[in-house]
Design a protein around this ligand. Structure first.
Ligand SMILES: C[C@@H](N)C(=O)N[C@H](C)C(=O)O
Ligand SMILES: [Zn+2]
Length: 229
């Protein structure tokens, strides 16, 4: 169990609301739907009301600083079944990348791959005390687009299970390109933290407000959102 999962939850009972998609850019097609993830009629473009309001505030602040730029939504609400599917997908992807297969992988190799998976993905827990962050409707995976609708280069793609995903990975790299990636990540993080979100310590694209990870990072005695219904 990760330390943040020990934070108690006192759910505020806010409904999931649709994200007003016209205010944002969207990664299309949705990356996990495209992979065949089991959404079972649910949409990833939902958030708790307060979380959605704060995301809109961040978009307005961005617009004031960089005309025509938008927050681009990669993922938001994620049912537990989709979390399970993506954990399995990532495991398979890493297995294949190492030239292994389920019949050739050793227990040690399996454990190492699972460690890597769970550094970047939450456990698909069905326990109400430890919901995956995105299943609460309080977490988002996002990036930025410019006034031409082009994605800003953050130096690594969303969901890459490597050290390049760490928010400060490029901070100490001298090359001008690396410094540009760092500044781009800093801009994204500044926009979101200014309206109360916390950033995942290993993922430049993941932010949340009110879930257990947020509560743990904020030293809040409890989280505001458990698994959304
Ligand atoms: C890997 C990424 N898409 C993500 O959302 N990670 C967090 C930790 C999660 O699985 O909740
Ligand atoms: Zn995320």
């Amino acid at each position: 169990m990760k330390p943040y999962q020990q934070v108690p939850i006192r759910d505020r009972g806010e409904p999931l609301v649709p994200i007003p998609l016209d205010a944002f850019a969207i990664v299309q097609p949705h990356p996990y739907e495209q992979l065949g993830a089991p959404y079972q009629g649910r949409s990833p473009y939902y958030l708790r009301q307060t979380v959605c309001d704060r995301l809109l505030q961040a978009q307005q602040a961005l617009q004031a600083q960089r005309s025509g730029w938008k927050i681009q939504i990669f993922d938001a609400y994620r049912p537990v079944a989709v979390q399970q599917f993506m954990v399995e997908q990532t495991y398979q992807q890493l297995l294949t990348a190492q030239g292994l297969s389920p019949s050739t992988v050793s227990r040690t190799q399996q454990a190492a791959i699972l460690n890597q998976v769970y550094e970047f993905w939450a456990v698909p827990s069905s326990d109400p005390a430890t919901p995956p962050p995105h299943s609460t409707g309080a977490a988002i995976d996002i990036t930025l687009t410019d006034n031409q609708g082009q994605a800003i280069n953050m130096g690594s793609p969303i969901d890459e299970p490597s050290v390049r995903s760490y928010p400060h990975h490029f901070a100490d790299k001298a090359a001008a390109q690396a410094q540009q990636y760092h500044q781009n990540r800093q801009l994204l993080a500044a926009l979101l933290t200014a309206v109360g979100f916390k950033q995942h310590p290993q993922e430049w694209w993941h932010f949340s407000y009110g879930d257990q990870m947020w509560a743990w990072q904020s030293r809040s005695p409890f989280a505001y959102y458990g698994k959304a219904t």
